[in-house]
Design a protein around this ligand. Structure first.
Ligand SMILES: Cc1cc2nc3c(=O)[nH]c(=O)nc-3n(C[C@H](O)[C@H](O)[C@H](O)COP(=O)(O)OP(=O)(O)OC[C@H]3O[C@@H](n4cnc5c(N)ncnc54)[C@H](O)[C@@H]3O)c2cc1C
Length: 268
């Protein structure tokens, strides 16, 4: 019998599969989208995250990040990371590296979507597969969290994220955060010729309008946009509990904490 079935082949699901395989468990990942999977993301891995990735044997190519700079156009505050560096990395490159490592360890990655779960005292069955345990790593809007009755509605306006890439040489090895009362724009170098710009806001205006509110940044990027705008949100999601029987919520499925505002504490 499969030891661990994992719904969702994003970073959380693949990392869990790698850990399980390293521990000698048979792990199967079910993911609906073909590799490499892309997603709206700021694509900045902090030093602690990078160390964790390396410990998994995952070494994606990207652009070193030496620290963070905040600016509102008039004032700037910046700080280097202490003694370590992070990595700006395209989601597709991160996914490929995780996927390859999982497959090299013998993890089976099946195409499919898990919608329903049946479980008894010893097993859990989903999508025609039976395993001893199931990890739900199916993202921010986790269908499994909802199906298991673990959703915890969060009142109030949510924040949303939009991101696009620009073909230009990075002008800094810091993550540069431009902020205004309406939004923040996170600029992350992801390779020698590419930067990603993710905008986070409660205000649901189009991406181009958000960018226009940061004229110095917009001027640097004019004419170099190279990927379509991708979005995600509302970001604030919570779970009533981290598990239901033999099913454990992992990654964004377990609840999302907004990195900047601290909203959405992971578990109720
Ligand atoms: C705008 C924005 C900027 C961000 N910037 C950063 C950043 O700079 N640095 C950082 O570390 N984090 C950042 N994050 C957060 C980061 O993107 C997420 O925390 C991360 O992607 C969570 O990984 P995950 O594997 O839990 O979920 P996901 O990456 O969402 O993966 C979930 C997977 O589950 C699959 N799935 C969905 N439904 C099913 C189903 N029914 N059955 C099977 N599979 C299913 C999906 O196809 C998907 O591949 C950002 C997020 C946003 C929105």
């Amino acid at each position: 019998m499969i030891d661990l079935l994992i719904a969702g082949g994003g970073p959380a699901g693949l990392a869990a599969a790698i850990r399980a395989a390293e521990a000698g468990l048979e792990a199967v990942v079910v993911e609906p989208r073909p590799a490499p999977v892309d997603k709206a993301c700021g694509e900045g891995i902090m030093p602690g995250g990078l160390a964790a990735l390396h410990a998994l044997g995952v070494h994606p190519a990207g652009h070193p990040l030496r620290g963070i700079r905040y600016t509102d156009g008039l004032r700037t505050a910046q700080a280097p990371f202490r003694g370590a560096y992070g990595l700006g990395v395209r989601r597709t490159a991160l996914h490929t590296a995780l996927h390859e490592r999982a497959e090299a360890l013998g993890v089976r990655i099946a195409e499919g979507k898990i919608r329903e779960v049946r479980q008894d005292g010893h097993t859990v069955t989903a999508d025609g597969l039976t395993a001893r345990w199931l990890i739900a790593a199916d993202g921010l809007h986790s269908p499994l969290r909802r199906a298991l009755g673990l959703d915890h509605p969060v009142p109030g306006p949510g924040r949303y994220g939009l991101r696009r890439h620009y073909r230009t040489a990075p002008w800094s090895d810091l993550v540069e955060v431009h902020w205004s009362p309406q939004a923040e724009a996170y600029v992350t170098p992801v390779d020698e010729h590419l930067v990603g710009v993710a905008v986070l806001s409660r205000d649901r205006r189009p991406y181009a309008d958000h960018l226009a509110a940061f004229p110095a940044l917009a001027a640097r990027l004019t004419g170099s946009g190279t990927t379509p705008v991708r979005g995600a949100g509302p970001l604030r999601q919570r779970a009533r509990a981290p598990r239901a029987g033999r099913v454990l919520l992992v990654g964004d499925a377990a609840g999302y904490t907004d990195a900047l505002t601290g909203e959405g504490i992971a578990l109720a």
